[in-house]
Design a protein. Structure first.
Length: 249
């Protein structure tokens, strides 16, 4: 896992990235994947967006994040959430004890992991019959504003491969990770962005230029032009689909 992709992006990531819909947690409760006795490990926890949301439904969480900038931003939030323990470690080597958690969650990060090594690590730290939940807030690629936004990214960002590093979200693409049958569900999670938030959302991506990059100003200008094309009364609707995969390994 490359732990440096989000260096210097902790603040903008925390500000602009969406949280997760209530319907997702209602589903996990109904599936008995989470509950008041659940000990969870949120791997690749970033700035704690999913960790904080999950903390309301479980007993305790280990928030595992290797990037110092992202982890420090998250730890500012964890002060008010006493059931979260921040850990400096990678997805492939979490440093957690064997058979120590009931649930492993990964929000917006699985596509950065070494899939095989992470699967082995999940087997090691999960209790018998423990589950893994993989979650993404995926931009709706059928939307016109997303299409135009992606065109800007393709023009200016050499590492842009599509939403979530170009991962294949079809159920079949996860068959090698889960053991046997597993569930795939989707939820609507649309956002409304101001100009400032729209720019910040774009800059929060791993492939987006940083402030000292030569193309930074041109990129921001192009992003602003997309905003202007679609804005109504100073905001744009930005459609997301929250995708969730849950099963055992």
């Amino acid at each position: 896992m490359n732990t440096n992709k989000f260096d210097s992006k902790g603040n903008v990531y925390s500000k602009a990235r969406p949280s997760y819909p209530e319907a997702l947690f209602s589903f996990l409760l109904a599936e008995r994947a989470i509950g008041k006795d659940t000990v969870a490990a949120d791997i690749g926890s970033g700035t704690g967006i999913f960790t904080i949301a999950l903390s309301q439904f479980v007993n305790s969480i280990f928030a595992v994040e290797p990037n110092g900038d992202m982890r420090r931003k998250a730890e500012e939030k964890y002060i008010s959430a006493l059931n979260i323990t921040s850990i400096n470690a990678t997805a492939e080597n979490t440093s957690l004890p064997d058979c120590s958690v009931d649930l492993v969650t990964v929000a917006q990060a699985f596509h950065w992991f070494d899939r095989g090594l992470f699967k082995n690590e999940c087997k090691r730290i999960l209790k018998p019959n423990g589950k893994v939940v993989l979650v993404w807030n995926d931009r709706d690629s059928e939307s016109e504003i997303i299409k135009d936004n992606f065109a800007v990214n393709k023009k200016y960002c050499k590492d842009f491969k599509g939403s979530s590093n170009g991962i294949d979200f079809s159920k079949d693409s996860f068959c090698d990770f889960f053991n046997g049958d597993f569930d795939m569900v989707e939820f609507c999670n649309n956002l409304v962005y101001t100009r400032e938030d729209f720019i910040a959302r774009n800059l929060s991506s791993s492939y987006a230029p940083k402030e000292n990059d030569i193309i930074y100003n041109d990129y921001v200008k192009a992003v602003e032009e997309v905003f202007e094309k679609y804005q109504v009364n100073g905001t744009v609707k930005y459609p997301y689909i929250t995708r969730c995969y849950i099963g055992t390994i």
